[in-house]
Design a protein around this ligand. Sequence first.
Ligand SMILES: Nc1ncnc2c1ncn2[C@@H]1O[C@H](COP(=O)(O)OP(=O)(O)OP(=O)(O)O)[C@@H](O)[C@H]1O
Ligand SMILES: Nc1ncnc2c1ncn2[C@@H]1O[C@H](COP(=O)(O)OP(=O)(O)OP(=O)(O)O)[C@@H](O)[C@H]1O
Length: 564
Amino acid sequence: MIRFENVSVTYDGADEPTVRGVDFEVPEGELVLLAGPSGVGKSTVLGAVSGLVPHFTGGTLHGRVTVAGRDTRTHKPRELADVVGTVGQDPLSHFVTDTVEDELAYGMESLGLPPDVMRRRVEETLDLLGLAGLRDRPLATLSGGQQQRVAIGSVLTPHPRVLVLDEPTSALDPAAAEEVLAVLQRLVHDLGTTVLMAEHRLERVIQYADQVVLLPAPGEPPLLGTPQEVMAVSPVCPPVVELGRLAGWSPLPLTVRDARRRAAPLRERLAGRQQPPRETAPQTPAPSARRGLFRRGTPGSRTGARASGSPVAEVCSLDVRRGRVQALRHIDLTVAPGETVALMGRNGAGKSTLLSALVGLVAPSAGSVRTAGAVPHQTRPRDLVRRVGLVPQEPRDLLYSDTVAAECAAADRDADAEPGTCRALLSELLPGIDDATHPRDLSEGQRLTLALAVVLTARPPLLLLDEPTRGLDYAAKARLVTLLRGLATEGHAIVLATHDVELAAELADRVVLIAEGEVIADGPAAEVVTASPSFAPQVAKILAPQCWLTVGQVRKALAREALR
Ligand SMILES: Nc1ncnc2c1ncn2[C@@H]1O[C@H](COP(=O)(O)OP(=O)(O)OP(=O)(O)O)[C@@H](O)[C@H]1O
Ligand SMILES: Nc1ncnc2c1ncn2[C@@H]1O[C@H](COP(=O)(O)OP(=O)(O)OP(=O)(O)O)[C@@H](O)[C@H]1O
């Protein structure tokens, strides 16, 4: 149904092809997963199927890509629209109408489907994706996950024979991701729909894949095989596979269920062992802990927040209204210097709104917010930037310059930091990003990393991150975790909104669960995440009732055993 024949793509101005030697086929009615590190070219491969590459992106495509027999080089994207439905990484930039219902109908209208068919399919899709309550809502007022669900719904309504999905679950809460993947699986099994999907969170999707196409490194030809074959050699793999490799399980398990069946001997070895502490930050870091990235003073040194040891964030009885929606009610939250707090909860629960309130983007309708001693919505941006920084869910919102170098220079100026600070941070986080690249042309993971470096340049004592692992591969995630731990050790408080249960398990001291705008749980990460199957990381589910959260903890415990 989709065929790549020795395809390579070279973007304008690049010396080397971004992808080369791409030669594979996706048979009708199969779900094929495209995996590989950040920036390796997954979106480029997907774009070649929908025709966006090279028609919209520019560059040169050698070889041939056909979809249902149509050559995507000689057919423009709109001439493929009756066969291929595409969901990109940034739903908002693809929306063409203003409201949920209109967006769901738009694709069908362009194909000239009869009104009664359109009506029926819109209703079906609203139900299928849990969007009925939002049908009249302007798209711009939806939460990130709600937007992603609409984007998926809008490509499903025309019933395309081929779906091309770029990280379709990246903004979805764990339960919503399962629901969407179950819908896709039903389309594949019952209607013979063909799906090519790129996704970093392999723990969510690997079990649904018939085949995996792995792009191991930039410019290297892809590797093809069954999920088991590819996971045995892949540089990116989910925790269940990593644990399987560590324990020497063969064949490698791909699901929690498979792993649990083999886990009894491992549980026995681990029984009675002390869980090694994660490298979490001390609550009151010693001055000697200050090292590395931020040489020009500790966080808060200009604001006095840390010197006085007072909380970096204090939220009291906070209510926030957004249009007709009561987004937050009676929120109480205190965050201490050096503390890492994960905000979790379903799409639309109010996590981004809480971050927005902490950085002054929305004002309380009742209650109060103080960050690093200031009332954020009444503080000038220039002063606020040294107290609190937000990496938004869509990093594009933070980037204005034409090149990476200019963006970094502007960040240094805005933060009053030594020239080169931002660029050094960027290189440390994700090597290989070129100074001359336009931020628009960076891969999703690269763009997020740039936004993070821009925010960190001001060394704010309170760092807020909205879904920081969207678009990041496991290695980039591990680097992010190391960096954030380092910042916490230096005294930065970190609050992150995330659906990434593995990240929360790895990084957070504390998890705050939000539902319908209210805090429903607030406690140590291990306790909160393991209390609910939706939020428990894979390792916790595999080794329950023992309480291990990450492969790293298990690895350390086994290493200690070996030393005895
Ligand atoms: N329009 C473009 N012009 C120039 N370079 C581009 C363009 N689009 C992508 N690139 C570059 O091509 C490389 C591959 O990007 P791509 O988005 O395909 O990677 P990816 O594997 O999807 O990454 P991620 O997992 O982070 O989304 C990156 O280095 C990116 O900077
Ligand atoms: N500008 C707005 N106008 C009206 N309602 C809004 C606006 N922005 C957000 N909302 C609504 O407020 C609620 C909370 O949204 P918020 O973005 O804080 O959720 P979230 O927990 O971050 O969700 P997600 O996990 O999907 O990112 C949602 O119901 C959302 O639709």
